[in-house]
Design a protein around this ligand. Sequence first.
Ligand code: PFF
Length: 449
Amino acid sequence: MADREHFGSNLTVILAMAGSAIGLGNIWRFPYIAGKYGGAAFILVYIAACIFISVPIFIAEATIGRRSHSNCFGAMKKLAPSPRWKWLGILTVITPIVILSYYSVVGGWSVNYFMVSLVSGFSAYGDSSFASFIGSASRPIVFHTIFLGITALIVMKGIKSGIEKFNKVSLPLLFVMMLLIMVYSLMLPGAKEGVKYLLNPDFHSITPSAIAAALGQSFFSLSLGAGTVLTYASYMKKQENILATGVGTAMGDLLFALIAGFAILPAVFSAGISPGEGPGLIFETLPYIFSRMGMEVPFLSRLISIVFFFSIVMAALTSSISQFEVGVSYLVDEKGCSRRQAVYIVFLFAWFLGAICSLSFGTLSEIKLAGRTVFEFCDQLTSNFLMPLGSILLVIFVGWVMKKADVRDEFTGVGTQTLSGRLFGVFYFLMRYLAPIAILVIFITNLVM
Ligand code: PFF
C-alpha cells in the first residue's frame, strides 16, 4: 500500500489522537466522578492509572497500527502468526461502528441544543423539554442524520485534507472556548463550591470502586481498545514518536477534562444544584441554568450557551470522525472500496443502528436487550465489555505475540529516539504484566458490580 496517506507531522498526529480522546466523556463524566470519588485524590489516582496502564495500552495499540501501516483487520493479517487473531481485527472494526451509532445520536442532540441556543435561547425552556425531545420520533433522528452527515463529509475528504485539517482548527478552538466559559463560570457567585467539589482531596474515598472508575474512565476517554488509536497510528510516519504521542494525548485529554470541570461545576453549584453526570448534566441542568441566568444577564448567558453547545458539537465531532475512519480504512484496504463508497457504507450502518438507538427513548422503548433499551445496551456493551476486551487482546498481542525487537523498533522510532530507548524496558514490562492484569480487574469489577 505504497500510496497510504500520512498525517503531516507528529503534532498533527497528537492533535488527531487528542481529538478522538476529547469528547463527551470528558465533559459529562469526568467532572462528576472526580468529585464523587475524592476530588484531587481521585485525580492523582487517575493520573497514575494513565501513566501505568492506559498510556502503555495506547502505545501497544499504536505500535500495531504503525508497524502494519494497515487497518485493524489487515494489521492482524500482516502481523499475527495465527489466523485466530483475525477475530481481534473483526472486534476492533465492529466496536467503533457500534459506538459511532449511539455517539452520533448524542451528537445530534448537541446540534439540536446548539440550534436552540442560537435561534431562541433557553429562556422558555421547561424542565420536561429534554425528555420530550429525545422521546419524540423524528426530530432527534433528523439531528442524528445531520451530525453523522457532517462526520461523513469530513472523513470523505481523507486523512490530510479532512481529518487532520478539521482537528487542527477545531481542537485549539475547543480549548479556547472552554477556557472562556471557565473564566466566566469561576466569576459567578458561589463558584468556590464547585472548585472545592473538584479539588478537595478526600483520600478516604479511594476505594477499589474508585480505582475501577478511574481506570474505566481513562479507557473510554483515551478511546482505548476501539481500533481508533490503531487506525490513526497506521497513518503515522516511521520516525514519529509513539511515546510522545501517547503522553501528549493523555495530557491534553486530562487538561481538557479539568477545564471542562472548572467550566461546568462552578456554574452548577452557583445555581444551588447538586451535580449529576451523563446527558442530564449537559442537556437538562445546564439549559436550566442558562434559562435562569438569562433573566439576569440575557446577552451574556445567551452568548455563553451558544459557545458551550458549539464546543460540545466540536468535541463530539473530533471523536466521531475517529470512530468513522476505522470502518472506512477497513473497507478501503480490505474490500477494495473507494473512500467514497466506504463512507456511504459506514454511514448506512451507523445511521440505521443509531436510528434504533434514538427510537429506544420513545417508540421502541419496550424493546429490551439484557433488560436494557437498545441505546443503553450499545453504550454498556461497548464501554464495559468490548473496549476492555479489545484493549486486553491488543496489549497481550504486543507484549506476548509480537517480537520484542519489532516492538522496540516502533517504540524507539527505529532506534532514533534516545529517551524512548531508555524507557523501553519499563513500558515493555507494563504492557506485558500490569496492563493486562488491570484490565482483568476492571472486567471482574464490572461483572460483580
Ligand atoms: N474518547 C471519547 C470521549 O471521551 O467521549 C469517546 C470515544 C471516542 C470512545 C472514540 C471510543 C472511540 F473509539
